[in-house]
Ligand binder design. Structure first.
Ligand code: TXA
Ligand code: MG
Length: 322
């Protein structure tokens, strides 16, 4: 069921009252609070079990509000905002005085984005302020791409869940450090590196683990309960068959025949947007089906393949790539 007008009015009221609202975005569901209410923001960290030093993204209803929240916006950041907002791009810029330190984890920069989802935009417009919102999952686990995922994982800890249907993009926003004149990607995501480079007219650096603290880049993030093992596509079947004694789940590339003895098999779509949209759902499904080991391979790291490979690597954690 998609949120009605009265759901949106109620959700805006919950935000004003210092409550937590799970909101759909085009990437994943967020766990939102009034960004200007430090007590409400503190509840986000408590519910997620997230260390308070890990900064949140402030979500705005329109790019027109950018200058209310940040200072010293370089020309390249303006260009990116103009091209990709609303959309799955987050810009890290210098924090304005309106942004409490609780949101930025003590940093002098703040991450900002304008989501492209009708329900999120209606909520943000009705609310009028900024919503600090991380993905609506417990710290380190798989991000939710449906309202049911949120309810199953966070339940009563959220004051109101707005249902906007399944997320279209399925992986989080691309985070770009735009504080300087040479922007860099801190986390690959829904806007591709190639598309950003085309707008800027030059190549971009992708920081694997940058000096800036990005918890999304730490080991074992975006992780299902099952251990994830990454192998070359042509080794997926052999690896799954070798892991006898495990309840093996397989993310099966279309080039492979299903392995014998696997507990659960999810065929992976060739089209990257379809894969990205489904990825977190597949990981959740394999957990639900009781798998304790997931064998997967990485797509080519082009287009959305860069974000998919990044999430699978993080889910696998260190030393899980074979
Ligand atoms: O698509 C998305 O970005 C989703 C939806 C809900 O908007 N949100 C999301 O939030 O993925 P979260 O909190 O799960 O991830 C936000 C990332 C974290 O890795 C955080 O470290 C980084 O943004 N971040 C936030 N503020 C930052 C800053 N000032 N400098 C560098 N990284 C920052
Ligand atoms: Mg997250």
């Amino acid at each position: 069921m998609t949120a009605t007008k009265s759901d949106i009015a109620k959700a805006a009221e919950v935000l004003r009252a210092g409550g937590l609202v799970a909101l759909p975005t085009e990437t994943v569901y967020g766990l939102g609070a009034n960004a200007e209410d430090p007590a409400a923001v503190a509840r986000i960290f408590a519910v997620k079990g997230r260390p308070p030093s890990h900064p949140l993204i402030v979500h705005l209803g329109s790019a027109d509000h950018l200058d209310d929240w940040v200072e010293a916006v370089p020309a390249a950041a303006r260009l990116l905002a103009k091209h990709f907002w609303p959309g799955p791009l987050t810009l890290v810029l210098r924090r304005g005085p309106r942004v409490p330190m609780e949101v930025t984890g003590g940093l002098e920069t703040v991450a900002v984005r304008v989501p492209d989802h009708p329900v999120a935009r209606a909520l943000l417009t009705e609310f009028g302020g900024g919503a600090a919102a991380p993905s609506a999952n417990r710290f380190g686990s798989v991000s939710p791409t449906t309202a049911d995922h949120v309810r199953a994982e966070l339940g009563d800890a959220v004051d109101f869940v707005l249902d906007g249907g399944p997320c279209e993009v399925g992986v989080e926003s691309t985070i770009v450090d735009a504080t300087g004149e040479a922007p860099a990607i801190l986390r690959p995501g829904g806007v591709t590196r190639e598309d950003i480079e085309a707008v800027l007219g030059h190549a971009l650096e992708v920081h694997g683990s940058s000096a800036v603290r990005v918890p999304g880049q730490h080991p074992s993030h975006y992780a299902p309960r099952a251990r994830v093992v990454l192998v070359e596509p042509e080794q997926v079947v052999a690896e799954a068959e070798r892991a006898r004694g495990h309840r093996v789940g397989v993310l099966l590339p279309s080039s492979c025949a299903a392995p014998a003895g696997a507990h659960a098999v999810v065929p992976v779509p060739d089209a990257l947007p379809v894969y990205a949209r489904g990825l977190y759902g597949y990981l959740r499904e394999l957990d639900e089906r009781g798998c304790d080991l997931i064998v997967a391979s990485l797509p080519a790291e082009e287009g959305l393949g860069l974000a998919i490979a990044n999430r699978l690597r993080r889910a696998a954690g260190p030393r899980s790539e074979r």
